[in-house]
Write a protein of this length. Sequence first.
Length: 95
Amino acid sequence: MTARRLSAALIVAGVVAMLITRKDAALNVSNVTIVWMDAHYLVVSRNLKGKSEEVRFVVNSETVRKGNLRIGSKVTVHYTIQNHENIATSIQTRD
């Protein structure tokens, strides 16, 4: 294999690995409070370094919901980032 082909193969492999990792990366926020929600979005409030901030998630038909989700509920949200949006994969009450 020539150096040029090897370089091209390594670049392609790196890009593919980055795309797979980015799509499948699972993150979570724990012990946050639901501020607002509807059929398509969830907004939670969390304290970070002494400051309150709101985080928005897209909710879809694939989002797993556990517990009585209502405004004021403490929840844990698992999510992925796709196209610069937080996509909720599961929401579970902590109460």
